[in-house]
Each structure stands twice: as C-alpha cells, then as structure tokens.
Design a protein around this ligand. Structure first.
Ligand code: G6P
Ligand code: MG
Length: 220
C-alpha cells in the first residue's frame, strides 16, 4: 500500500535545474570548455563536486587543477546559483506540483526530499513549501551521490516505510537509476528515452496526476 512520496527538488518541484546548468555552462566556458547539450544534461542530479569533476573530464582537464582550486570554482558557481535562488518565489513551483502535494495530503501520505543540493532548505523556503515535507535528507551525510541508491534509501528510512510503500519522483537519468537501485517505484519527468529505467514517465510536471500514478503503482 502506498504510504509515502519522495521528491527530488531541482527539475521536479521547481525549475532551478536551469540555474544550475547555466551556472555550470558559464564556468565551463571560463575554463575554455564548451559542453554539448548532452554533456550539460548529464549534470542533472549530480552533486556539486561530481559535476565539476565531470566538466573537467569532458574538457580533458581532469588533472589540471588542485583540490583547492576546484573548491574555488565550485564556490564561484554556487555564488552565481544562489543569486538566482534569491529571485525565486512561490510562482516558481512547477505546474501540477501544488495539486499533487494537496492530493497527497488528502490521502495522508508522508513526503520528504531526496535532493543532492545543499541549498534545498533555502530553495524550499523561497518557494514557501518547506512545511509540506516531513523531512529532507541531509546531503552532507551521504557517501555516494546519485546514481548510487543511498539518497533514496535514506529518504525512505526517514519516512519509516518499506520499499514497496513509496513512490519517488525524478527528472534526471542519474536520479531514476538511484531510485531503481533502491528498489522503489520511479516516476520520471521528462524525455522517456532518457528516463527509460522509470516505471512511469510523464513529459512535464503538469502531467502528474496522483490517481493515475497510483493506478500504475498498484498494478506493479
Ligand atoms: C541537485 C541538482 C544538481 C546539483 C546538486 C548539488 O541534485 O540537480 O544539478 O549539482 O543538486 O546542488 P548544490 O546546490 O549543493 O550545489
Ligand atoms: Mg533533479
């Protein structure tokens, strides 16, 4: 029986994913690296340092900088990202999400957040939906980023439910892999070719309907 919902944040509840990608793309350009759109897309859901390392790898610069320099680059990117976060308001909640959260509340489902972002609490506050959730996994406690299952396992543990009692939502390929590795039901939001491991895929958040998702979940 369904008891809980687990949400990724960037690209699922709000479109802050685009702020991450723009900030990374700008930093990459400064480093003389031109990322293809596929390379940029592959950064979705990936932790801050893993994203930077991947960019440097794409540019053939994986051994060029010291850890200290890399921390500076990551801090620079985060500063730019946070400038964008400050402009966010409840209007930045993606279409269909408020309805989905309200439907879940009506059914007394518990909900939490499985985002790799250390800025998740700040973003949820700006969106005005912090109190909707029963918890947020602290990414500082994680040993492995997505696609490792750790973050979704922790989110499930935080809710106190079994694997087959939760549904998890993701916009990133690495995130869907993480959910499936944790053994949970995955809802993918985006391109079904990219999110092919998910149990159910919708093109946009506006297409998320809890009753429909539950129907597919109950058939599994
Ligand atoms: C999310 C985003 C990623 C981002 C990661 C770390 O998973 O999808 O693009 O790199 O969080 O975010 P942070 O805010 O801690 O840099
Ligand atoms: Mg995401």
């Amino acid at each position: 029986m369904l008891k809980g919902l687990i949400f990724d944040l960037d690209g699922v509840l709000t479109n802050s994913a685009r702020f991450h990608l723009t900030a990374w793309n700008n930093l990459a350009k400064e480093l003389g690296i031109n990322l293809t759109s596929e390379q940029l897309d592959s950064l979705r859901g990936i932790s801050r340092m893993d994203s930077l390392n991947l960019i440097l790898k794409y540019g053939g610069q994986e051994n060029k900088y010291s850890e200290k320099e890399k921390e500076q680059f990551a801090a620079e990117k985060n500063k730019k990202f946070l400038e964008q976060v400050e402009t966010m308001t409840p209007k930045d909640i993606l279409p269909g999400i408020s309805e989905l959260l309200a439907d879940a509340k009506k059914q007394n489902l518990k909900m939490d957040i499985a985002s790799a972002s250390k800025n998740a609490p700040r973003i949820l506050k700006k969106l005005g939906i912090m109190d909707e959730f029963d918890g947020i996994v602290d990414p500082n406690t994680l040993h492995h980023g997505k696609p490792d299952p750790e973050i979704y396992e922790k989110a499930q543990e935080l809710l106190g439910f079994k694997t087959d009692e939760v549904i998890s939502f993701e916009d990133a390929a690495a995130g869907v892999q993480s959910i499936k590795a944790a053994g949970q039901f995955a809802v993918g939001i985006g391109d079904k070719n990219v999110l092919k491991g998910a149990d159910y895929v919708v093109p946009t958040t506006a297409d998320l309907k809890l009753s429909k998702i539950e129907q597919v979940f109950n058939q599994k």
